[in-house]
Design a binder for this molecule. Structure first.
Ligand SMILES: [Zn+2]
Length: 588
């Protein structure tokens, strides 16, 4: 009896215990996630010290529970279980973006650090000497100046101005790194960065290598674009932009030099046919923010998806409120994890926001498609899939599509294609190296390879290496320039955006082939295709219930990531760029 009782106490738990554990985990995660979503929604759309505190509490409760489940899941490591249950346990162990330490005081401190850094970012403003209140510039205004102003002194001033929001976060960030690493180690990961890289159904090292392989497929294309843009900026600004070195970061039309599309007036081909501007059409017709969103919804219904629920239209935030602070950064929510879909966006009448709407709705339609899965599986196949789906739809926002929905009168002929490809490459291709930098920096910070006294130097080393950009003025370690990018204070992993940039072209090529599109890839739109909709839905409904290669296979027939689709898409542009670059130095 005693021996048997000893074996029972010290032996492996039974499959029944594992199932009971998963039932509790699924139920609790759903309940606490809903509560954190409600609190988070209010915090994001009404920033005050109180909503921050409420959101921090709800997040702490959710994180503490998920952390407990992540730890407890290891108890069932050696239990014989069917694949879906085994996978739920694996996902639980990999579930966290931030692992709270077991010590409740430290867990609360960690949650507060993140909420307060996010608040600092949301309230961030550049106040010139002696100015205050209305005279200060917020992120929207600074974004506008960097996009449109061509006076280098003014650009440098507001670029430096925006970066003044970050040094006050630096100490919090360093403490956040300590605490979140402590939590990650309690779960058995080397550090928070290793924990993030474990979410891709492969070992953390294999994931880093996979990113390098993909970047290798695209780097030649990026170098061609970089050399061309640099030459045009050199013509415009003279020696402020070197003919053969890195480009000054404040002259690329965007706070982070991650999107160069605002430079089109400087770098666009002189003889190229003038492409019709969607922004002009939206403004001329005064298409309202909700009407812009209706276009996005109709894209999905044209593929066979159900329309958005009425509550989406009642509860979403479409315009920046005049009377309170909100987090304007666009995001998509499913507050009850079933059908309380919403998005939050300060919509302007621009082509960029029209595209972002399609992107955000991709998240919403994905969320609803997998709502039939157990709560642990209500997520995308991997983090990049969520980002890639909406962008895939955005690739189908072609002139032919805009004609079909009545925004353009007629599609331009092929003579304007290079101009069109250049325009989108300035956004999507220019983004790629920045998409690698943000997490390359954080992985080094979390691993301890980069310490607080070297934060800023490491940031600029990486930006120069990958992006070929540099700051115009000395940026010593008294600055904290990474903190001026939303995803750093908000602790949102970033490699997913790089991966999704690659994946969206792989998706687009496969879906375009499924629709029988015979034109060059950049002219294909899946709008209105039931076949494309069927493939898309099969992948979306899977949620996270299968390893991502299965989800990739359902949509594309391929099981490996492949950046060649993006190279295919931009092949005509690469040929053209290389002609323009003849005789000039490529690289830096
Ligand atoms: Zn997104």
């Amino acid at each position: 009896m005693a021996a048997s009782s000893c074996r029972g106490a010290g032996g492996a738990p039974s499959p029944e215990e594992a199932r009971a554990f998963l039932r509790e985990a699924n139920g609790t995660i759903l309940r606490l996630s809903n509560e954190a979503n409600q609190a988070g929604w209010v915090q994001n759309t009404y920033i005050t010290v109180d909503t921050e505190a409420i959101a921090a509490r709800a997040n702490a409760a959710f994180m503490t529970a998920v952390t407990r489940f992540a730890k407890d899941a290891t108890r069932f490591d050696h239990v014989e279980l069917p694949e879906p249950e085994r996978r739920q346990l694996t996902l639980l162990k990999n579930a966290l973006t931030m692992a709270a330490p077991a010590d409740p005081k430290e867990a609360e401190e960690l949650a507060q650090l993140v909420a307060s850094m996010e608040g600092m970012y949301g309230r961030g403003k550049y106040c010139q000497d002696g100015e205050s209140g209305e005279a200060c510039l917020d992120i929207e205004e600074i974004t506008e100046i960097l996009a449109k102003d061509r006076d280098p002194a003014r650009l440098l001033d507001v670029w430096e101005g925006w970066h003044t929001i970050a040094p006050p976060m630096k100490q919090s960030y360093a403490r956040f790194v300590e605490l979140s690493n402590k939590g990650a180690r309690e779960l058995g990961f080397a550090d928070t960065g290793a924990m993030w890289r474990s979410k891709y159904d492969m070992p953390p090292e294999a994931f880093s290598a996979e990113l390098d392989r993909l970047w290798g497929q695209l780097r030649p294309l990026y170098l061609s674009l970089h050399a061309y843009v640099r030459a045009k900026l050199h013509e415009r600004y003279g020696d402020q932009v070197p003919a053969d070195g890195p480009i000054p970061a404040h002259l690329l039309g965007n706070i982070w030099a991650q999107d160069w599309s605002n430079l089109y007036d400087i770098v666009g081909p002189a003889s190229g046919a003038r492409t019709t501007s969607l922004t002009d059409v939206l403004q001329a017709r005064n298409v309202s923010p909700t009407d812009m969103t209706r276009f996005g919804e109709r894209f999905f219904t044209s593929l066979g998806f159900e329309p958005l629920p009425a509550t989406f239209w009642e509860r979403s935030l479409f315009v920046k409120p005049r009377d309170r602070e909100v987090v304007c950064h666009a995001s998509a929510w499913d507050v009850n994890n079933v059908d309380d879909l919403r998005f939050k966006m300060c919509i302007d009448q621009t082509a960029e926001d029209f595209t972002t709407i399609h992107h955000e709705l991709g998240h919403n339609f994905y969320q609803r498609a997998y709502a039939g899965q157990p709560p642990i599986f209500r997520d995308s196949a991997n983090e990049a899939f969520h980002e890639a789906i909406g962008d895939t739809i955005a690739l189908s926002v072609t002139p032919e599509y805009l004609v079909k929905v009545g925004l353009f009168d007629r599609a331009p002929d092929a003579s304007g294609d290079i101009a069109l490809l250049l325009r989108t490459a300035l956004e999507r291709l220019a983004f790629l190296p920045f998409g690698l930098v943000v997490d390359a920096w954080r992985w080094r910070v979390f691993s301890g390879q980069v310490m607080p006294d070297g934060y800023n130097r490491a940031w600029w080393d990486l930006r120069e290496r990958y992006q070929g950009v540099r700051p115009a003025s000395a940026r010593g370690d008294e600055f904290f320039d990474p903190g001026a990018k939303y995803h750093i204070p908000a602790n949102t992993p970033y490699a997913r955006y790089f991966l999704s940039s690659v994946l969206q072209f792989q998706f687009h090529r496969a879906l375009s082939q499924a629709t029988g599109c015979a034109t060059p890839l950049h002219r294909c739109s899946i709008y209105g295709s039931a076949e494309a909709g069927k493939r898309l839905r099969a992948t979306l409904e899977m949620g996270a219930s299968r390893p991502w290669p299965d989800a990739l296979d359902a949509l594309t027939g391929q099981r490996q990531l492949d950046a060649s689709a993006m190279a295919d898409y931009y092949a005509p542009l690469k040929t053209w760029l290389d002609e323009q670059n003849k005789g000039a130095k490529v690289g830096w």
